[in-house]
Design a protein around this ligand. Structure first.
Ligand SMILES: NC(=O)c1ccc[n+]([C@@H]2O[C@H](COP(=O)([O-])OP(=O)(O)OC[C@H]3O[C@@H](n4cnc5c(N)ncnc54)[C@H](O)[C@@H]3O)[C@@H](O)[C@H]2O)c1
Length: 365
């Protein structure tokens, strides 16, 4: 097992325990961190049938009691109405402030359970046990928790850090290929924004990973968490550096929304967004041809849904980008690549270049 530390002020630093079969050590970690005896495990059906028994057994063996809440899977669960149902169950069950919420699942469960932990009785302890690649490399680290509003995604939320994270790479064996690809999108992103050697390593091992060879995932998760932990430690609340994690996301979000969140999954949209934003970086003279081609070839080698399934109207896509959190009243801003391993902070981009990048995507994907 390896441990990555997220260093934060005011005693809020925490470890990420990464390794194979670490789920069976859950109770041991709870003891080590002196967590309350009552746990509430929030999970979804897919994950519960595979991993709830091992987590429950491990907790109970170490003297913790487990109350589990099993939800259907899917983004729809990230809503205030589902939160309300959960609050009711917690109150009926007389769950007190000296309890701990455990998120066992992908990013949907992590965001939702984290929001419950942040708000129930003004905040109770929280532990993340991410089981999808995306949640292990991204959403479980950094403390962003929240739910969707009918008008926009992730609009209601908080920064709320867990006590620790357990990322078990052997749990990724049961992940469907499309979900692996979504996680790989974020893994590729870390290489582009921060670390050329890691990008090369991912490039070399990509086809194995896409085909579900999970041996490589421990190192993908460890390296990705190390980079995200570094960024979050420097800028917990996204006032500066943390924005670089948004590379690929400005155009990615617009594509995701164009398909009404049904055609493209988040990680797929980010991969396409990174191809378009790398194209823009090259057009603006920030990124050289070689680096652009390397990024493009990596993304092109990953199976992705065809963009022909999507209504790609530049005007609508630009409208969405204008509402992006990085944009200002006068310009659409996005993070661009200067080379593999280095990006700009959010940078104003002319609309004609963005239109060109959308044509580039249409031609190639
Ligand atoms: N908080 C953050 O910083 C942050 C960052 C990125 C994304 N997110 C959020 O994360 C969510 C997406 O997360 P996700 O991609 O993990 O989606 P998800 O939670 O919906 O999980 C994807 C699917 O995989 C299943 N699954 C999970 N683990 C499994 C396993 N080990 N074996 C088999 N099936 C498994 C789930 O049941 C689900 O059907 C979005 O809501 C997004 O907004 C949050």
């Amino acid at each position: 097992m390896n441990i990555v530390r997220v260093s934060l002020e005011h005693h809020r630093s925490y470890p990420i325990y990464i390794g194979s079969d670490v789920l069976s050590r859950t109770g041991e970690f709870f003891r080590k961190h002196s967590l309350p005896a009552q746990t509430v495990v929030i999970t979804d059906r897919n994950v519960a049938e595979r991993y709830l028994p091992v987590v429950k057994k491990s907790l109970e063996e170490k003297g913790f009691s487990v109350y589990s809440i099993i939800l259907p899977s899917g983004e729809k669960q990230k809503s205030l109405s589902v939160c309300n149902t959960i609050y009711t169950r917690l109150l009926q069950q007389r769950i007190t402030r000296t309890s701990v919420v455990v998120a066992l699942g992908g990013g949907v469960i992590g965001d939702l359970a984290g929001f419950i932990a942040a708000t129930y009785q003004r905040g109770i302890d929280f532990v993340q046990i991410p089981t999808s690649l995306l949640s292990q490399v991204d959403s479980s680290v950094g403390g962003k928790v929240g739910v969707n509003h009918p008008l926009a995604k992730n609009m209601i939320g908080a920064f709320y850090q867990p006590k620790f994270v357990i990322a078990d790479s052997s749990a990724l064996r049961t992940l469907p290929q499309r979900e692996i690809i979504c996680g790989l999108g974020e893994v590729v992103k870390y290489g582009i924004i921060m670390n050329k050697d890691f990008f090369n390593f991912v490039e070399e091992n990509l086809s194995q990973a896409v085909n579900g060879n999970t041996d490589i995932f421990s190192s993908f998760v460890e390296e990705s968490c190390t980079m995200k932990a570094f960024i979050v430690s420097k800028d917990e609340k996204e006032n500066g550096l943390r924005a670089i994690l948004n590379f690929g996301h400005t155009i990615g979000h617009a594509l995701e929304q164009a398909g009404k969140y049904r055609v493209l999954k988040h990680g797929e949209a980010v991969l396409l967004g990174m191809a378009a934003e790398a194209f823009i970086s090259r057009q603006l003279g920030l990124l050289n041809d070689n680096s652009f081609n390397q990024i493009f070839n990596v993304i092109k080698s990953i199976p992705l849904p065809s963009l022909k399934k999507l209504p790609l109207h530049s005007t609508t896509l630009l409208d969405t980008m204008r509402k992006d959190k990085k944009s200002t009243a006068v310009s659409i801003r996005m993070v661009l690549a200067k080379k593999i391993g280095k990006t700009t902070l959010p940078f104003p981009v002319q609309e004609d270049v963005i239109r060109e990048s959308i044509k580039f995507l249409q031609k190639n994907f």
